[in-house]
Ligand binder design. Structure first.
Ligand SMILES: Cc1cc2nc3c(=O)[nH]c(=O)nc-3n(C[C@H](O)[C@H](O)[C@H](O)COP(=O)(O)OP(=O)(O)OC[C@H]3O[C@@H](n4cnc5c(N)ncnc54)[C@H](O)[C@@H]3O)c2cc1C
Length: 457
């Protein structure tokens, strides 16, 4: 269909000022984070209600126009690039909290609400939504990628908090999945199917989330080790000992080095584990004592800890500032972040192998990991096509090794475009069933084509 006709017809569904073809806006919707390929949509639309989303999807399916849902656009694997042009469906204006029921520990919100906005809203009630992927992501984007982040080792992933959804199917039909009960054995679990669906099965227009109680006390520690093997062995021992760690992050020596250079700090430039414990005061003190013993047994060079809020922030500073320090240390270079997760006992070998390969390649790579879950990332900076080919080779080795030891090609960032090539290797025969699910929800493949499941366009 011609672009002019498409735009004119969309203007009969939405107010004309919310149907945008301005070049700058199209370019903002042409690419995602950490992914080079770009493709302009024909038009960007800003619905403000479920009804409007339904009319857009009905129209798109009837006219075979591709639709790419997008919210904060912080996903890292090319999820939001409108590969076939068409409609970029910007959900950021669906941004209202609709109902808060502290007595049921739940909240109902539109998908464009970000998790920091949600936490600000519910904070006074002593509740919070504990999933923290770092970037100020939207609830819809987090559900669609099944995001997790630093606190997943204690609190779980986004999907663990989704009780119910309202979803617009590609035909424009509006369905509701799940209930307000905290558990259910009824029907097939369609709510969970939408967790990690990456906008390929419909558009989430309302979310019901359960919340957690804010912990009474917290403590933090920073623990440097002389090598990756000892640091990750400590993590494995800590988890196996059943210590209820709330956050457990690994940052490699290279990353600490750029943080020191960037902000003038003098953190030991070693492989470092950052820890946080949540609970009541005697509980977190006991957790710290046990963690310190296990750390020293694994060869920790130092164990610095505190329960004081300001001091805790200081202990975690290097972790929080790592990404921006790495960008500053590599001016003008592009970067790619890769993400794998492995069984916890295989973490030492997977991390050591990835770091050695990076060192041998001569590229600047920075490793961070939510290692309490066996999940780690390397951000690699590069310039030009030769270096890009090297980064791709390094990431390929990391993913295929993770798969060979029973891990996954993506612990939390999702498949998008870049991980499509591993789906067959990872899922074998069940990939065919996934294709059938996709086709039965979206027979004309208008929803985010070219993502998540290979070979269904
Ligand atoms: C610096 C940085 C750090 C990060 N750290 C982490 C981390 O620690 N853990 C982690 O898990 N991720 C992390 N990410 C990745 C990213 O923040 C997550 O993938 C996040 O969940 C994306 O949310 P978003 O609102 O930006 O979604 P978008 O990027 O806008 O969209 C993501 C996907 O969701 C789909 N989508 C969006 N809204 C809807 C909807 N309402 N209905 C249906 N589909 C929809 C889109 O089509 C797309 O496929 C990081 C990103 C950055 C830039």
């Amino acid at each position: 269909m011609g672009r002019l006709k498409l735009v004119d017809e969309l203007k009969t569904i939405l107010a004309p000022e919310r149907v945008v073809t301005n070049r700058t806006v199209l370019e903002q919707h042409a690419r995602g984070e950490s992914f080079d390929e770009a493709a302009l949509p024909d038009v960007v639309v800003y619905p403000e209600s479920t009804q409007e989303v339904a009319e857009i999807l009905k129209y798109a399916t009837e006219n075979r126009v591709a639709v790419t849902p997008v919210a904060v656009n912080s996903s890292l694997e090319g999820h939001t690039v409108p590969l076939l042009g068409g409609i970029s469906l910007d959900l950021t204006r669906l941004d209202r909290i609709l109902e808060f029921r502290p007595e049921d520990l739940l909240v109902v919100a539109q998908p464009g609400v970000t998790y920091p906005q949600l936490n600000k809203y519910v904070r006074r009630s002593g509740l919070f939504f504990p999933v923290d992927p770092g970037a100020h992501a939207s609830l819809g984007g987090m559900i669609a990628t099944n995001a997790s982040g630093t606190a997943a080792v204690r609190y779980g992933v986004t999907g663990d908090y989704v009780l119910a959804l309202e979803v617009v199917l590609p035909t424009g039909e509006v369905i509701r999945t799940g209930s307000r009960a905290r558990k259910s054995s009824s029907g097939y679990d369609l709510t969970r199917l939408y967790c990690g669906s990456e906008g390929t099965l419909g558009v989430i227009t309302e979310v019901t989330l359960r919340l957690s109680g804010l912990p009474e006390a917290a403590s933090a520690a920073r623990v440097p080790f002389s090598d990756a093997e000892s640091a990750t062995t400590f993590v494995t021992n800590l988890i196996q000992a059943g210590v209820p760690v709330a956050r457990c992050e690994l940052v490699d020596a290279n990353s600490i080095r750029v943080v020191n250079a960037h902000q003038g700090t003098r953190f030991p430039e070693e492989m470092t584990i950052f820890l946080e414990f949540h609970g009541n005061p005697p509980g977190v003190a006991a957790d710290l004592r046990l963690a310190e013993k296990l750390a020293r047994d694994s060869g920790a060079l130092l164990f610095e800890s505190s329960s004081d809020v300001k001091e805790r922030e200081r202990l975690w500073e290097a972790r929080h500032n790592m990404f921006y320090a790495a960008v500053a240390a590599n001016p003008g270079k592009r970067n790619i972040t890769s993400d794998v997760a492995v069984p916890i006992s295989k973490l030492p070998v997977a991390v050591s192998k990835a770091l050695c390969a990076h060192r041998d390649s001569g590229l600047n790579g920075y490793l961070v990991g939510h290692v309490g879950d066996g999940n780690f990332h390397i951000v690699t900076f590069f310039d030009g096509d030769d270096e890009l080919a090297k980064v791709e080779q390094l990431n390929h080795q990391m993913v295929t090794f993770a798969l060979s030891i029973g891990g996954t090609s993506t612990g939390e960032h999702g498949v998008g475009v870049r991980k499509l090539k591993y789906m067959e290797l990872e899922h074998g025969g069940s990939l065919e069933l996934m294709k059938r699910i996709k086709r039965s929800f979206d027979p004309h493949t208008v929803m985010n084509p070219g993502k998540k499941i290979p070979g269904v366009n």
